[in-house]
Design a protein around this ligand. Sequence first.
Ligand SMILES: [Cu+2]
Length: 405
Amino acid sequence: MTNLRTRYRRSALSAAAVGALTLLAGCAKDAPQDTFQPAGENAREINNLQRPPFMIAGVVLVIVIGVVFLCVIKFRDRGQVIPKQTHGKPALEIALTIIPALILIGIGIPTVKTLFDLAKTSDTQCVVNVTGQQWWWEYDYPVQPGCLPGGITQPIVTANQMVIPAGQHVLLRITSRDVIHSFWIPKLNGKRDAVPGRVHTLRMQADQPGMYLGQCTEFCGLSHAYMRMEAVALDAPGFSAWVTNQLAAYTPPPAGTPAADGEAVFLANCSRCHQVNGIAGSDGKPVIARPDLWVYSGATPNLTNLMTRTTFAGASFDLLTPDCRAKLVDAKSADFTALYLKGVEANCLDAVQLREWLRNPPGKKPMYTDATKLGPTNGKTRGMPNLGLSENQIDQIIAYLAERK
Ligand SMILES: [Cu+2]
Protein backbone atom coordinates (compact mmCIF):
# COMPACT_ATOMS: atom_id res chain seq x y z
CA MET A 1 0.00 0.00 0.00
CA THR A 2 2.73 2.49 0.97
CA ASN A 3 4.61 1.51 -2.13
CA LEU A 4 1.62 2.28 -4.30
CA ARG A 5 1.10 5.63 -2.63
CA THR A 6 4.76 6.66 -3.16
CA ARG A 7 4.44 5.69 -6.79
CA TYR A 8 1.27 7.80 -7.15
CA ARG A 9 2.98 10.72 -5.49
CA ARG A 10 6.01 10.39 -7.75
CA SER A 11 3.98 10.36 -10.95
CA ALA A 12 1.86 13.27 -9.75
CA LEU A 13 5.04 15.23 -8.99
CA SER A 14 6.61 14.57 -12.39
CA ALA A 15 3.35 15.44 -14.14
CA ALA A 16 3.27 18.73 -12.24
CA ALA A 17 6.92 19.44 -13.13
CA VAL A 18 6.32 18.84 -16.84
CA GLY A 19 3.23 21.05 -16.70
CA ALA A 20 5.08 23.86 -14.96
CA LEU A 21 7.99 23.69 -17.42
CA THR A 22 5.61 23.83 -20.37
CA LEU A 23 3.89 26.85 -18.87
CA LEU A 24 7.23 28.58 -18.19
CA ALA A 25 8.43 27.91 -21.73
CA GLY A 26 5.24 29.53 -23.00
CA CYS A 27 5.83 32.64 -20.91
CA ALA A 28 9.47 33.14 -21.91
CA LYS A 29 10.16 36.86 -22.03
CA ASP A 30 12.62 36.68 -24.90
CA ALA A 31 10.25 35.30 -27.52
CA PRO A 32 10.64 37.46 -30.62
CA GLN A 33 8.32 35.25 -32.67
CA ASP A 34 5.44 34.96 -30.23
CA THR A 35 1.99 35.08 -31.83
CA PHE A 36 0.53 35.87 -28.43
CA GLN A 37 2.37 39.22 -28.41
CA PRO A 38 1.01 40.91 -31.53
CA ALA A 39 2.58 44.20 -32.61
CA GLY A 40 0.19 45.17 -35.40
CA GLU A 41 -3.48 45.12 -36.45
CA ASN A 42 -3.45 41.88 -38.41
CA ALA A 43 -1.56 39.89 -35.80
CA ARG A 44 -3.85 41.34 -33.12
CA GLU A 45 -6.90 40.15 -34.99
CA ILE A 46 -5.44 36.64 -35.19
CA ASN A 47 -4.58 36.75 -31.51
CA ASN A 48 -8.12 37.87 -30.58
CA LEU A 49 -9.41 34.91 -32.55
CA GLN A 50 -7.08 32.33 -31.05
CA ARG A 51 -7.45 33.31 -27.40
CA PRO A 52 -11.08 32.25 -26.68
CA PRO A 53 -10.73 28.73 -28.17
CA PHE A 54 -7.47 28.30 -26.25
CA MET A 55 -9.27 29.26 -23.05
CA ILE A 56 -12.26 27.04 -23.75
CA ALA A 57 -9.90 24.20 -24.62
CA GLY A 58 -8.02 24.86 -21.38
CA VAL A 59 -11.21 24.61 -19.32
CA VAL A 60 -12.22 21.42 -21.15
CA LEU A 61 -8.75 20.00 -20.52
CA VAL A 62 -8.99 20.68 -16.81
CA ILE A 63 -12.47 19.11 -16.61
CA VAL A 64 -11.46 16.01 -18.58
CA ILE A 65 -8.24 15.46 -16.64
CA GLY A 66 -10.13 16.05 -13.37
CA VAL A 67 -12.84 13.51 -14.21
CA VAL A 68 -10.25 10.97 -15.35
CA PHE A 69 -8.39 11.28 -12.06
CA LEU A 70 -11.67 11.09 -10.12
CA CYS A 71 -12.63 7.86 -11.90
CA VAL A 72 -9.19 6.36 -11.51
CA ILE A 73 -9.19 7.00 -7.79
CA LYS A 74 -12.85 6.60 -6.85
CA PHE A 75 -13.68 3.56 -8.96
CA ARG A 76 -10.40 1.74 -8.84
CA ASP A 77 -10.62 -2.02 -8.53
CA ARG A 78 -11.08 -3.02 -4.90
CA GLY A 79 -12.69 -6.33 -5.81
CA GLN A 80 -16.20 -4.78 -5.85
CA VAL A 81 -19.02 -6.26 -7.95
CA ILE A 82 -19.09 -5.14 -11.58
CA PRO A 83 -22.01 -2.66 -12.01
CA LYS A 84 -24.92 -3.40 -14.34
CA GLN A 85 -23.82 -2.81 -17.98
CA THR A 86 -26.04 -0.53 -20.09
CA HIS A 87 -25.84 0.42 -23.74
CA GLY A 88 -26.84 3.64 -25.49
CA LYS A 89 -28.35 6.80 -24.00
CA PRO A 90 -29.98 8.88 -26.77
CA ALA A 91 -30.44 12.05 -24.73
CA LEU A 92 -26.77 12.12 -23.76
CA GLU A 93 -25.62 11.28 -27.27
CA ILE A 94 -27.71 14.03 -28.84
CA ALA A 95 -26.49 16.53 -26.27
CA LEU A 96 -22.86 15.55 -26.89
CA THR A 97 -23.38 16.06 -30.62
CA ILE A 98 -25.17 19.38 -30.34
CA ILE A 99 -22.83 21.04 -27.83
CA PRO A 100 -19.61 20.53 -29.89
CA ALA A 101 -21.50 21.56 -33.05
CA LEU A 102 -22.52 24.81 -31.32
CA ILE A 103 -18.94 25.38 -30.16
CA LEU A 104 -17.66 24.82 -33.71
CA ILE A 105 -20.21 27.27 -35.12
CA GLY A 106 -19.26 29.72 -32.39
CA ILE A 107 -15.61 29.48 -33.44
CA GLY A 108 -16.35 29.22 -37.18
CA ILE A 109 -18.21 32.52 -37.55
CA PRO A 110 -15.45 34.76 -36.13
CA THR A 111 -12.86 32.68 -38.01
CA VAL A 112 -14.49 33.37 -41.36
CA LYS A 113 -14.89 37.04 -40.47
CA THR A 114 -11.19 37.25 -39.55
CA LEU A 115 -10.17 35.51 -42.79
CA PHE A 116 -12.10 38.09 -44.79
CA ASP A 117 -10.66 40.97 -42.75
CA LEU A 118 -7.11 39.72 -43.19
CA ALA A 119 -7.58 39.22 -46.93
CA LYS A 120 -8.70 42.82 -47.41
CA THR A 121 -6.34 44.77 -49.66
CA SER A 122 -8.46 47.81 -50.49
CA ASP A 123 -7.05 49.91 -47.65
CA THR A 124 -3.35 49.36 -48.31
CA GLN A 125 -1.14 52.41 -48.57
CA CYS A 126 2.17 50.95 -49.66
CA VAL A 127 3.30 47.98 -51.80
CA VAL A 128 6.35 45.75 -51.35
CA ASN A 129 7.12 42.79 -53.61
CA VAL A 130 8.55 39.86 -51.66
CA THR A 131 10.41 37.11 -53.51
CA GLY A 132 11.69 34.00 -51.81
CA GLN A 133 14.51 31.86 -53.15
CA GLN A 134 17.01 29.36 -51.83
CA TRP A 135 17.74 30.70 -49.20
CA TRP A 136 17.02 34.37 -48.76
CA TRP A 137 14.32 36.99 -49.38
CA GLU A 138 14.38 39.82 -51.84
CA TYR A 139 12.21 42.90 -51.32
CA ASP A 140 11.55 45.36 -54.08
CA TYR A 141 9.62 48.56 -53.86
CA PRO A 142 7.93 49.37 -57.16
CA VAL A 143 7.41 52.96 -58.28
CA GLN A 144 4.14 53.96 -56.62
CA PRO A 145 2.11 56.84 -55.26
CA GLY A 146 2.08 55.27 -51.77
CA CYS A 147 4.46 54.59 -48.84
CA LEU A 148 5.53 58.24 -48.70
CA PRO A 149 3.51 61.43 -49.18
CA GLY A 150 5.33 61.94 -52.52
CA GLY A 151 5.34 58.24 -53.36
CA ILE A 152 8.37 56.22 -54.40
CA THR A 153 9.76 57.55 -57.68
CA GLN A 154 12.37 54.92 -58.52
CA PRO A 155 12.38 51.20 -57.78
CA ILE A 156 14.37 50.01 -54.75
CA VAL A 157 15.75 46.50 -54.38
CA THR A 158 16.98 45.13 -51.08
CA ALA A 159 17.26 41.83 -49.22
CA ASN A 160 16.46 40.06 -45.96
CA GLN A 161 15.38 43.12 -43.98
CA MET A 162 12.08 44.50 -45.18
CA VAL A 163 11.80 48.15 -44.24
CA ILE A 164 8.24 49.46 -43.90
CA PRO A 165 6.66 52.67 -42.63
CA ALA A 166 5.21 52.08 -39.13
CA GLY A 167 1.46 52.53 -38.84
CA GLN A 168 0.77 52.13 -42.58
CA HIS A 169 -1.08 49.24 -44.16
CA VAL A 170 1.52 47.59 -46.35
CA LEU A 171 0.53 45.17 -49.09
CA LEU A 172 3.04 42.40 -49.67
CA ARG A 173 2.96 40.61 -53.02
CA ILE A 174 4.68 37.34 -52.31
CA THR A 175 6.17 34.90 -54.81
CA SER A 176 9.15 32.57 -55.29
CA ARG A 177 11.84 32.02 -57.92
CA ASP A 178 12.47 28.34 -57.25
CA VAL A 179 10.66 26.18 -54.71
CA ILE A 180 7.82 26.89 -52.28
CA HIS A 181 8.79 29.04 -49.31
CA SER A 182 6.59 30.61 -46.67
CA PHE A 183 6.74 34.15 -45.35
CA TRP A 184 5.94 34.65 -41.69
CA ILE A 185 6.51 37.53 -39.29
CA PRO A 186 4.48 36.19 -36.32
CA LYS A 187 4.14 39.52 -34.49
CA LEU A 188 2.72 41.23 -37.59
CA ASN A 189 0.57 38.68 -39.40
CA GLY A 190 0.02 35.01 -40.21
CA LYS A 191 1.90 32.99 -42.82
CA ARG A 192 1.68 33.18 -46.58
CA ASP A 193 3.23 30.66 -48.93
CA ALA A 194 5.60 31.92 -51.61
CA VAL A 195 4.81 29.78 -54.65
CA PRO A 196 6.63 29.99 -58.00
CA GLY A 197 4.35 31.40 -60.70
CA ARG A 198 1.79 32.78 -58.28
CA VAL A 199 1.48 36.03 -56.37
CA HIS A 200 -0.07 35.83 -52.91
CA THR A 201 -0.97 38.98 -51.06
CA LEU A 202 -0.53 39.66 -47.38
CA ARG A 203 -1.31 42.78 -45.40
CA MET A 204 1.23 43.99 -42.92
CA GLN A 205 1.06 46.73 -40.35
CA ALA A 206 3.32 47.48 -37.39
CA ASP A 207 2.05 49.83 -34.69
CA GLN A 208 5.48 51.04 -33.59
CA PRO A 209 8.96 51.40 -35.07
CA GLY A 210 11.02 48.31 -34.28
CA MET A 211 12.44 45.06 -35.55
CA TYR A 212 10.13 42.08 -36.05
CA LEU A 213 11.64 38.66 -36.66
CA GLY A 214 10.45 35.76 -38.75
CA GLN A 215 11.60 32.75 -40.65
CA CYS A 216 10.73 30.70 -43.70
CA THR A 217 8.14 28.17 -42.60
CA GLU A 218 7.97 25.86 -45.60
CA PHE A 219 10.77 23.34 -45.84
CA CYS A 220 12.73 24.51 -48.88
CA GLY A 221 15.91 22.45 -48.95
CA LEU A 222 19.35 22.35 -47.45
CA SER A 223 19.51 25.78 -45.78
CA HIS A 224 15.83 26.18 -44.91
CA ALA A 225 16.86 26.83 -41.30
CA TYR A 226 19.08 29.71 -42.47
CA MET A 227 16.29 31.47 -44.30
CA ARG A 228 15.10 34.06 -41.85
CA MET A 229 13.69 37.50 -42.39
CA GLU A 230 13.24 40.69 -40.43
CA ALA A 231 10.61 43.35 -40.84
CA VAL A 232 11.92 46.76 -39.82
CA ALA A 233 9.32 49.44 -39.15
CA LEU A 234 10.49 53.06 -39.20
CA ASP A 235 8.62 56.24 -38.32
CA ALA A 236 7.43 58.37 -41.28
CA PRO A 237 10.39 60.80 -41.52
CA GLY A 238 12.76 57.86 -40.96
CA PHE A 239 11.20 55.82 -43.74
CA SER A 240 11.48 58.78 -46.07
CA ALA A 241 15.17 59.18 -45.14
CA TRP A 242 15.70 55.48 -45.78
CA VAL A 243 14.15 55.75 -49.26
CA THR A 244 16.27 58.80 -50.13
CA ASN A 245 19.40 56.96 -49.02
CA GLN A 246 18.57 53.81 -50.99
CA LEU A 247 18.21 55.93 -54.13
CA ALA A 248 21.33 58.06 -53.55
CA ALA A 249 23.97 58.07 -56.29
CA TYR A 250 26.94 55.71 -56.09
CA THR A 251 30.04 57.09 -54.38
CA PRO A 252 33.21 55.32 -55.56
CA PRO A 253 35.86 54.85 -52.86
CA PRO A 254 38.69 57.45 -52.92
CA ALA A 255 41.62 56.29 -55.06
CA GLY A 256 44.55 54.72 -53.24
CA THR A 257 42.49 53.41 -50.28
CA PRO A 258 42.00 49.70 -49.44
CA ALA A 259 38.35 50.24 -50.34
CA ALA A 260 39.38 51.27 -53.86
CA ASP A 261 41.38 48.05 -54.18
CA GLY A 262 38.31 46.29 -52.85
CA GLU A 263 36.19 47.80 -55.61
CA ALA A 264 38.57 46.29 -58.18
CA VAL A 265 38.44 42.89 -56.48
CA PHE A 266 34.67 43.18 -56.38
CA LEU A 267 34.49 43.94 -60.10
CA ALA A 268 36.71 40.96 -60.85
CA ASN A 269 34.99 38.40 -58.61
CA CYS A 270 31.55 39.49 -57.53
CA SER A 271 29.81 41.81 -59.95
CA ARG A 272 28.92 39.06 -62.41
CA CYS A 273 26.45 37.89 -59.74
CA HIS A 274 25.86 40.85 -57.41
CA GLN A 275 24.46 44.21 -58.49
CA VAL A 276 25.89 47.37 -56.98
CA ASN A 277 23.92 50.18 -58.55
CA GLY A 278 26.14 52.76 -60.21
CA ILE A 279 29.40 50.82 -60.08
CA ALA A 280 31.40 51.31 -63.30
CA GLY A 281 33.88 49.02 -65.03
CA SER A 282 37.35 50.06 -66.20
CA ASP A 283 35.73 51.33 -69.41
CA GLY A 284 33.62 53.72 -67.35
CA LYS A 285 30.39 51.94 -68.30
CA PRO A 286 27.92 50.81 -65.62
CA VAL A 287 28.29 47.14 -64.73
CA ILE A 288 25.08 45.13 -64.75
CA ALA A 289 25.14 41.81 -62.86
CA ARG A 290 23.86 38.67 -64.60
CA PRO A 291 22.95 36.35 -61.74
CA ASP A 292 20.56 34.59 -64.14
CA LEU A 293 23.64 33.07 -65.81
CA TRP A 294 25.11 31.75 -62.59
CA VAL A 295 22.53 30.85 -59.98
CA TYR A 296 19.48 28.66 -60.28
CA SER A 297 17.02 31.20 -58.87
CA GLY A 298 18.39 33.84 -61.25
CA ALA A 299 18.92 36.41 -58.50
CA THR A 300 21.38 37.37 -55.76
CA PRO A 301 21.15 39.99 -53.01
CA ASN A 302 21.69 43.55 -54.24
CA LEU A 303 24.75 44.84 -52.38
CA THR A 304 24.41 48.57 -53.20
CA ASN A 305 23.51 49.45 -49.62
CA LEU A 306 24.61 46.33 -47.77
CA MET A 307 25.56 48.26 -44.62
CA THR A 308 22.13 49.84 -44.29
CA ARG A 309 20.85 46.42 -43.27
CA THR A 310 22.25 44.77 -40.20
CA THR A 311 22.13 41.07 -41.08
CA PHE A 312 23.03 39.06 -44.16
CA ALA A 313 22.57 35.72 -45.93
CA GLY A 314 18.94 35.12 -45.08
CA ALA A 315 19.17 37.39 -42.00
CA SER A 316 21.03 34.52 -40.37
CA PHE A 317 24.32 36.28 -39.66
CA ASP A 318 24.99 39.63 -38.12
CA LEU A 319 26.80 42.56 -39.63
CA LEU A 320 26.57 44.11 -36.16
CA THR A 321 28.61 43.00 -33.16
CA PRO A 322 26.46 41.32 -30.47
CA ASP A 323 26.53 44.52 -28.35
CA CYS A 324 25.37 46.78 -31.15
CA ARG A 325 22.76 44.22 -32.22
CA ALA A 326 21.37 44.03 -28.69
CA LYS A 327 21.21 47.82 -28.49
CA LEU A 328 19.24 48.00 -31.73
CA VAL A 329 16.83 45.15 -31.01
CA ASP A 330 16.14 46.36 -27.45
CA ALA A 331 15.87 50.05 -28.40
CA LYS A 332 12.70 51.83 -27.28
CA SER A 333 10.44 52.44 -30.25
CA ALA A 334 11.06 56.21 -29.96
CA ASP A 335 14.83 55.68 -30.39
CA PHE A 336 14.74 52.79 -32.86
CA THR A 337 14.43 54.67 -36.15
CA ALA A 338 17.43 56.93 -35.59
CA LEU A 339 19.55 54.00 -34.47
CA TYR A 340 18.61 51.84 -37.45
CA LEU A 341 19.27 54.64 -39.94
CA LYS A 342 22.88 54.84 -38.77
CA GLY A 343 23.40 51.50 -40.51
CA VAL A 344 26.47 49.46 -39.63
CA GLU A 345 28.99 51.93 -38.22
CA ALA A 346 32.70 51.12 -38.26
CA ASN A 347 32.82 50.39 -34.51
CA CYS A 348 29.81 48.09 -34.82
CA LEU A 349 30.83 46.02 -37.86
CA ASP A 350 31.11 42.33 -37.06
CA ALA A 351 33.78 41.65 -39.67
CA VAL A 352 34.30 38.13 -38.34
CA GLN A 353 31.03 36.79 -39.70
CA LEU A 354 31.43 38.58 -43.02
CA ARG A 355 35.01 37.34 -43.30
CA GLU A 356 33.93 33.76 -42.66
CA TRP A 357 31.27 34.16 -45.30
CA LEU A 358 33.69 35.46 -47.92
CA ARG A 359 36.26 32.79 -47.05
CA ASN A 360 33.83 29.95 -47.65
CA PRO A 361 30.09 30.67 -48.00
CA PRO A 362 28.93 27.02 -48.19
CA GLY A 363 30.94 26.37 -45.01
CA LYS A 364 28.93 29.02 -43.19
CA LYS A 365 25.57 28.09 -44.66
CA PRO A 366 25.06 24.75 -46.46
CA MET A 367 24.37 25.30 -50.17
CA TYR A 368 24.52 23.34 -53.41
CA THR A 369 27.46 25.10 -54.97
CA ASP A 370 29.18 22.24 -56.76
CA ALA A 371 27.72 22.83 -60.21
CA THR A 372 29.12 19.54 -61.50
CA LYS A 373 26.69 17.69 -59.25
CA LEU A 374 23.63 19.69 -60.20
CA GLY A 375 22.58 18.15 -63.53
CA PRO A 376 19.16 19.73 -64.12
CA THR A 377 20.27 23.28 -63.25
CA ASN A 378 22.62 23.64 -66.25
CA GLY A 379 25.65 24.19 -64.09
CA LYS A 380 24.04 26.99 -62.10
CA THR A 381 24.52 26.84 -58.36
CA ARG A 382 22.04 27.18 -55.54
CA GLY A 383 23.82 29.66 -53.32
CA MET A 384 27.16 31.42 -53.32
CA PRO A 385 30.22 29.32 -54.23
CA ASN A 386 33.61 29.47 -52.56
CA LEU A 387 35.58 31.88 -54.73
CA GLY A 388 39.00 31.02 -53.27
CA LEU A 389 39.76 34.62 -52.26
CA SER A 390 43.04 35.43 -50.48
CA GLU A 391 42.91 36.98 -46.99
CA ASN A 392 44.24 40.18 -48.50
CA GLN A 393 41.44 40.28 -51.06
CA ILE A 394 38.92 39.64 -48.30
CA ASP A 395 40.31 42.60 -46.30
CA GLN A 396 39.97 44.83 -49.33
CA ILE A 397 36.43 43.67 -50.11
CA ILE A 398 35.36 44.25 -46.51
CA ALA A 399 36.87 47.76 -46.64
CA TYR A 400 34.85 48.35 -49.83
CA LEU A 401 31.59 46.85 -48.56
CA ALA A 402 31.87 48.73 -45.24
CA GLU A 403 31.24 51.95 -47.21
CA ARG A 404 28.11 50.66 -48.96
CA LYS A 405 25.52 52.58 -46.98
CU1 LIG B 1 12.46 28.91 -47.69
